[in-house]
Ligand binder design. Structure first.
Ligand SMILES: [Zn+2]
Length: 242
């Protein structure tokens, strides 16, 4: 029976998966940008609290931006690459199983379709036709749950991660460049917390969470991180000056 008044469950699931993956990209970008803002503004505060010169504040901020972006890229590349590796290994195993035991694999597929609600006869028919059409594709999709193409793209993930970190890190750094030296600390704090609040609200709205609560949570924890770093910077600055 064709339901005309609503989307088919399959179409709805496809749509949800699409939305979910766009959402996970947005979440990853926001996380990267948050990371950039918090780490670079904390660093600037720590160095400024130790009474470093304006030039030294900017130098350490720029160095930390590059180091952070590289570390994000490497970490993301390695983690996503290992995900791609395990996907490839699962596919290779499936291919081998299909060669060794094609009948058993067809029964496996039949069972999967029966569990999804098809009658035994129809499940067998579907399994037979899909096996004839593209056996590996059917197993990849319906047994392993892979969609058409691999979700794991290491280089893209590494670029996105480094890019969003850099975008976030550039905010406190630019603020520190243009702020007059005696006001670097308060202006960096204000600008960073405002951006974090905005990003938190954006992510919450996209994810359907409560906007104010989520934005305040990000802002408060970030403020704490900055305060700790500034405190340590002030302490170390006092100690090293003797
Ligand atoms: Zn299989």
């Amino acid at each position: 029976m064709v339901r005309t008044n609503q989307k088919s469950p399959a179409a709805r699931r496809g749509h949800e998966r699409h939305k979910l993956s766009a959402l996970s990209w947005l979440r990853a970008s926001v996380l990267g940008a948050n990371d950039g803002i918090v780490s670079i503004s904390s660093l600037i505060l720590g160095v400024a609290a130790a009474h470093a010169s304006h030039a030294n504040i900017l130098l350490s901020g720029a160095a930390a931006l590059v180091a952070g972006a590289m570390s994000m890229a490497v970490g993301e590349y390695v983690s996503v690459h290992s995900q791609a590796d395990s996907e490839a290994a699962a596919l290779a195993q499936e291919r081998a199983e299909l060669e060794v035991d094609p009948v058993g694999e067809r029964h496996e597929l039949t069972d999967i379709y029966r569990r999804r609600g098809l009658s035994a006869a129809l499940a067998r028919e579907v399994a037979e036709q899909l096996t004839a059409h593209d056996a590996l594709g059917a197993h990849a999709r319906d047994e392993l749950g892979f969609s058409g193409q691999s979700l794991a793209r290491p280089r893209q993930a590494a670029l996105a991660s480094a890019g969003s970190f850099t975008a976030g890190a550039a905010i406190p750094l630019l603020v520190a460049v243009f702020a007059s030296p005696e006001y670097v600390i308060p202006i960096t704090v204000a600008a960073s917390l405002a951006c974090l609040f905005f990003l938190g609200a954006l992510a919450a709205q996209a994810g359907g969470a409560r906007i104010l609560t989520a934005a305040l949570r990000v802002t408060c924890w970030s403020a704490l991180a900055m305060a700790v770093t500034a405190g340590v910077g002030a302490l170390v600055g006092t100690l090293t000056r003797g």
